[in-house]
Design a protein around this ligand. Structure first.
Ligand code: AMP
Ligand code: ZN
Length: 492
């Protein structure tokens, strides 16, 4: 069928055709490094990862570029508020560069733990101010800019297709606009390309420019850096949906005004992760990070698995109950893969290569590919993964071969799972579990199923799973990699 993607530009599913056959240029807006990423932000980066991995899986050579914003991002995307970096640096009594370095490292720590592959190019805004100045000069030469109150602005009225991405109508926006009006702006949507003395005399980082000593606006960095590394036209640009009306709209305006060409062909936007009553935001504080989840006993991959269970274009409601169910589901997935691996003889041929899969495994893989090609449907892709792992009559080596291939996209680390070294079971714990199992067997005999279930559920809540088989009831820890060896109870 071929890859189809939902393009925000045009709001429709479209067949994907790269500019150069077989190659994809892909830019995803990176973090502003003034704080830890919250788990909503991480949804956006897991999404970028799914885009890159899916394209590679489908045979494209991908160049993935991501920026690090370390200057110019104000608390309002429309040039209002304070500079996020400067504010944090002042609060912590650190330099802006120290803050940037610390949170950039923390960001990649998180993305590594989520099995997010590193982009091919990671570019810092502060290293590319020269490129931004060159881009702004081009805009100035073509008459798209004006100076007011010490800032250089982009004049959106000079760019007739302004707002196409967001389907904004400028005249409607102007009446009853929510945009805070900066008296220097000719149109409410005009935005700053270069700040000089109008804001933040104390701005830590400043550069010389034809418009005076100052610093670049936030939007211009993405235009300048993406074009530097991907050329003046490229295939895919991604980000969260909040960026559609301002940031991405402004990126398009500057880029296309400067080059006179179509800049990006496919715009992909992930929906939000919703926490409790509303949107999670770094600026509002009180947000959850990956560390919050890890400290509460979750593996980062539980969170990845939770995210992949929702389609990127649907809002996802975060709750610990939902995360618990993702954790339990991933634990059984891990257990299933380990059990299959134990059936594939060590020293033998190992998992079956894709080209040699049996018809049933091949059919699953085809369905998996179709799910990915259908606008990156990770929920359906995961269903196919489960399908092959559970399918009756498929040799273990074929099931594993197909599952590992699917994991090139899903990134759940299936091929590198290891059963933990068997450590001795704590005898007191083993005795307690055995006593509970015996009590459950007795309860069943007495047809007291409520008691039997409550024993099983009580153990499950403690991470201990009971399995009833022909040889009796055995138990194991719910994580695939359990800290202690599984025990065996007396038989019924
Ligand atoms: P920022 O650092 O604020 O530019 O955000 C980084 C990325 O996270 C951007 O692509 C945002 O669109 C995205 N984002 C922010 N909040 C959420 C959320 N709650 N759910 C999903 N994506 C988000
Ligand atoms: Zn951007």
């Amino acid at each position: 069928m071929g890859l189809r993607l939902y393009n925000t530009l045009g709001r429709s599913l479209q067949a994907f055709e790269p500019i150069q056959p077989g190659k994809v240029g892909f830019y995803g807006c990176g973090p502003t490094v003034y704080n830890f990423a919250h788990i909503g932000n991480l949804r956006a980066y897991v999404f970028d990862d799914i885009i890159a991995r899916s394209l590679r899986y489908l045979g494209y050579e991908v160049k993935h570029v991501m920026n690090i914003t370390d200057v110019g991002h104000l608390s309002g995307d429309d040039d209002t508020g304070e500079d996020k970096m400067v504010k944090t640096a002042a609060q912590r009594n650190k330099s802006v560069l120290e803050i940037a370095e610390y949170y950039t490292e923390a960001f990649f720590g998180d993305t590594d733990r989520l099995n997010i592959e590193r982009p091919n190019v990671v570019c810092k805004a502060t290293d590319h101010v020269g490129d931004m100045i060159e881009l702004i000069k081009r805009l100035e030469a073509k008459g798209f800019t004006y100076m007011a109150g010490g800032n250089l602005y982009f004049d959106v009225s000079k760019f007739p297709s302004y707002g196409d991405l967001a389907m904004l109508k400028l005249d409607e926006q102007q009446s009853g606009s929510r945009i805070e009006v900066d008296a220097n702006k000719r149109n409410p949507q005009d935005f700053v390309l270069w700040f000089t003395k109008s804001k933040f005399e104390d701005q830590a980082l400043q550069w010389d420019s034809p418009w005076g000593k100052g610093y670049p606006g936030w939007h211009v960095e993405c235009s300048a850096m993406s074009m530097k590394y991907l050329g003046e036209s490229f295939d895919i640009h991604a980000g969260g949906i909040d960026h559609i009306p301002v940031h991405h709209t402004n990126e398009i305006a500057q880029s296309e005004a400067a080059t006179g060409k179509r800049w990006v062909n496919y715009w992909l936007h992930n929906e939000f992760l919703i926490l409790g009553a509303g949107k999670m935001s770094k600026s509002k504080g009180g947000f959850l990070t990956l560390k919050t989840l890890v400290d509460a006993g979750y593996d980062p991959l539980d969170y990845r698995y939770f995210l992949l269970g929702g389609h990127y274009r649907s809002q996802l409601q975060f709750s610990y109950e939902a995360l618990d169910s993702a954790k339990a589901s991933r634990a059984s997935l891990v257990e299933r893969v380990l059990a299959l691996r134990e059936k594939v003889p060590a020293g033998g041929a190992g998992p079956t290569p894709v080209a040699a899969l049996c018809p049933a495994a091949k059919a699953r893989l085809d369905a998996f590919r179709a799910a990915i090609e259908d606008d990156l449907s990770t929920p359906r892709a995961i269903a196919e993964l489960w399908g092959i792992l559970r399918e009756q009559g498929v040799p273990a080596a074929d099931a594993l071969g197909a599952a590992f291939d699917m994991d090139r996209v899903l990134g759940l680390g299936l091929a590198s799972l290891k059963r933990a070294e068997a450590a001795p079971v704590d005898p007191a714990l083993a005795a307690e579990i055995d006593a509970l199992i015996a009590e459950r067997i007795a309860a069943k005999k007495d047809r007291d199923f409520a008691r039997a279930d409550s024993i099983r559920d009580g153990l499950k809540a403690r991470g201990i799973l009971l399995e009833d088989g022909p040889g009796g009831t055995s138990w194991k820890f719910s994580e695939g990699a359990s800290p202690v060896a599984p025990g065996k109870s007396p038989t019924a």
